[in-house]
Design a protein around this ligand. Structure first.
Ligand code: 3H9
Length: 692
């Protein structure tokens, strides 16, 4: 074996030259990998004893794409295009051997081989859209030539991967082999023996003849899902170019559009988010090698919406769950909702009907908390009442085996007080799931003062196992997400007493990129959650709404009125008048409020609160706050999250506006965070500020 560069080597297997890439962790296309591919192709092409070439990777995966860390650096030669041409133009057959994930630039390299083989578990995708980009190494022109434009549209605008069988069906893979290396070499020998042609994807056009209406139909189909994002549209334009221009002109168009995206804020935000999500999983004072506790069985207390959703997460990955309710009726209802959810997924083709039964088989209903005795982890998911939770944890302490993790799904309450109700506070942790818990990706993992490193490490790892994105946070009211949400709520409620309407506030927030505004969100959740009629004194916006019989979507009347059939919402002039009257009665001057003011007053207190959260060490990093808001509340990822966004607005500007508003408006949430002021004065960034 001969080393070509620090990450690429070449050896002979009979007359086949095997070029191996070894660039952990994911064999990204760093400059030495590009150089190695180029050198390997040149060496093998010049070697008369070589009849064919196999390109393969060591480690857990085939090339997972360009090295994203190089995007912010000056380009280093050779270009990827150079390495790709060396493959495509090689006069000997080149076979790419794929395992793990061939992603982005990795798949674009594989598509420059004359043939592709894979093992059964291999997956293929062009996920650049998730980084606010498009496949910029000829991928937008090659993929439609292989799969046809319709499939390429799906793959490139979603960034989703396909498996080896699907890849074989659509022609992306030529053969699935058992043992990758020997199978790839055998395939290469077969190509030589049979005298198969040096098939170049760039020369194909047999699948490109499509009805042009395909593109606009597809645009309509994905419009809702991709609202606000630039990259999906740019990917579509590239595929349009693939069908209307020749290959080289298509590649030029791709380059032009790639550069445009690369220089924009959306792709910086999305690339930043990619690393932020991975960083959030790391806890600086809990080393990577901290022993993890085995979690082979889970107990969930509560079979309502949250308890049921939480149970599903474990059953989905094969971990048995015992779900305990107080009455048979509640338990039956909870299990029926879970079954209904699974059956809907089966109907949509996301899982099979066998999966439904397997997963249901993993969830055992019970009326007896004693069944938690032998469980490795127990999660409490009852309603928010501190005294009740303390009683429950005292009971867990009595019942559960030593070493079991005792978790609370509280969304705001003090984990330390809950832990103090037990004799083992080191085993107690918060796991704040977001609703619906089987769908939402975020998990705020709440570390109590005494939570042990093992319990933190286990919970963080387990979160990933159940396909959640964990963020470790500290104890305070509302943790990171809800604490910041409360600030937006305060201002939204004030704005509608000064002359803005709920519809105006919601539209500003929706246009910013959130899925809905604060008032539509309240209507969806129900206005009467936690409202008690007998204690209501008509002194807050929520109280007057509930007192006038408005409960939100559930009774068709909230801040909006709802069509009983379609659930379409319409602004309610009665509500608007009621809010104005309520404001006037309190001596609040009514005026026209600009959309810009609405935006600043809703979002700047959140930034300010985020900075306070960092200052108190509740979040470990500014980027963790962004991960929380993007995954838990629908903050548009293309703006990077609240901290990244504030950096792009300019912290001086944010500070000066907060000072200005605090001179006119009441509320502690307008008191400028000293950390924010300091970071702004130092020319720093919130996204890279660490907590504490
Ligand atoms: C592209 O290809 C552009 C081209 O079209 C055009 C060019 C001209 N670069 O996710 P994990 C790191 S754009 C650098 O935890 P998993 C990651 O940060 C690229 N680093 O593992 C982490 O580091 P750390 C298109 C990368 O097993 C470590 O690897 N490709 C890259 O859960 C492990 O990652 C993509 O967008 C990279 N490309 O998942 C694929 N990828 O340990 C992006 C990963 O220090 N990658 N790292 O935190 C993925 O989707 C997942 O990482 C993958 C593995 C599925 C591969």
């Amino acid at each position: 074996m001969t080393d070509l560069t620090e990450s690429v080597s070449i050896e002979h297997d009979g007359t086949v030259a095997v070029i191996t890439i070894n660039n952990p962790p994911v064999n990204a296309l760093s400059h030495h990998v590009r150089q190695g591919i180029l050198d390997g192709m040149t060496t093998a092409a010049a070697d008369d004893s070589v009849t064919a070439i196999v390109l393969i990777c060591d480690g857990r995966t085939f090339i997972a794409g360009a090295d994203i860390t190089e995007f912010s650096q000056a380009p280093k030669p050779p270009s990827l295009a150079g390495a790709q041409s060396a493959m495509e133009d090689c006069t000997k057959p080149v076979v790419a051997a794929v395992h793990g994930t061939a992603l982005g630039g990795g798949l674009e390299v594989a598509m420059c081989a004359h043939y592709r083989v894979s093992d059964e578990g291999a997956r293929f995708g062009l996920p650049e859209v998730k980084l606010g980009l498009l496949p910029g190494a000829g991928g937008t022109q090659r993929l439609p030539r292989v799969t046809g434009p319709a499939k390429a549209l799906e793959m490139m605008t979603s960034g989703d991967m396909i498996g080896s069988e699907e890849a074989l069906d659509c022609g992306l893979v030529d053969e699935i082999v058992d043992d990758l290396r020997s199978g790839a070499v055998a395939f290469a020998n077969k190509v030589v023996e049979e005298g198969r042609p040096l098939s170049r994807i760039r020369d194909r056009d047999d699948k490109l003849n499509v009805d042009p209406s395909l593109f606009d139909d597809f645009r309509k189909k994905i419009a809702r899902k991709t609202r606000g994002f630039l990259a999906p549209e740019y990917n579509i334009r590239c595929i349009e170019a693939a069908v209307s221009l020749d290959f080289d002109a298509g590649v030029s168009r791709e380059r032009e559009l790639f550069e445009e995206l690369m220089s924009g804020t959306q792709s910086s935000a999305q690339q930043y988010y990619f690393f932020a999500e991975r960083e959030a999983a790391k806890v600086p004072d809990v080393p990577k090698d901290t022993p993890k506790l085995p979690v082979a069985s889970v107990g969930v207390l509560g079979g309502g919406t949250m308890g049921g959703g939480i149970s599903m997460n474990f059953a989905n990955v094969g971990i048995p769950v015992t779900m305990v309710e107080q009455t048979q009726e509640a338990l039956d209802r909870g299990l029926a909702v879970i079954r209904g959810n699974y059956e809907r997924s089966a109907k949509n083709g996301r899982i099979t009907s066998d999966d439904v039964e397997t997963r249901m088989g993993l969830i055992t209903g019970s009326l007896d908390q004693g069944d938690f005795a032998e469980k490795d982890m127990i999660i409490e998911a009852v309603f928010e009442d501190l005294d009740l939770k303390k009683k429950i944890f005292a009971e867990f302490d009595r019942i559960c085996k030593p070493g079991a993790i005792l978790a609370s799904n509280t969304s705001a309450l003090d984990i330390n007080q809950i832990a103090a109700a037990t004799s083992r506070p080191e085993s107690v942790i918060g796991t704040h799931f977001f609703s619906p818990a089987n769908v939402m990706k975020l998990l705020e993992v709440v570390r109590g003062e005494q939570t042990s490193d093992e319990v933190i490490a286990t919970t963080m790892a387990l979160s990933k196992q159940i396909a959640k994105i964990p963020v470790l946070v500290g104890v305070c009211h509302g943790f990171v997400g809800n604490r910041m949400l409360f600030m937006r709520r305060l201002e939204a409620d004030k704005l509608v007493l000064e002359g803005a309407t709920p519809a105006q506030v919601d539209k500003v927030i929706y246009d910013f990129g959130f899925p809905m505004g604060p008032f539509a969100m309240s209507d969806l959740a129900g206005l009467d959650i936690g409202w008690k009629e007998e204690e209501s004194t008509g002194s807050t916006v929520r109280e007057i709404m509930c007192e006038s019989g408005r409960r939100g979507q559930k009774n068709g009347r909230g801040y909006y009125t709802y069509d009983p059939e379609t659930r379409a919402s319409t602004p309610d002039p009665e509500v608007e008048q009621m809010l104005r009257d309520f404001g006037s009665k309190q001596g609040i001057e009514q005026r026209d409020i600009t959309d810009q003011e609405v935006l600043e007053r809703c979002l700047y207190p959140m930034i300010n609160e985020g900075a306070k959260i960092l200052e108190e060490g509740i979040a470990l990093r500014g980027s963790d706050i962004d991960v929380v808001w993007i995954n838990g509340y629908g903050w548009p990822v293309y703006t990077g999250g609240p901290m990244f966004w504030a950096d792009t607005v300019g912290l001086d500007e944010v500070v000066s506006k907060i000072k200005d508003y605090s001179s006119k408006l009441d509320g502690e949430h307008w008191q400028l965070s000293p950390l924010l002021e300091r970071v702004a004065a130092d020319g720093g960034k919130l996204q890279s500020t660490t907590g504490g």
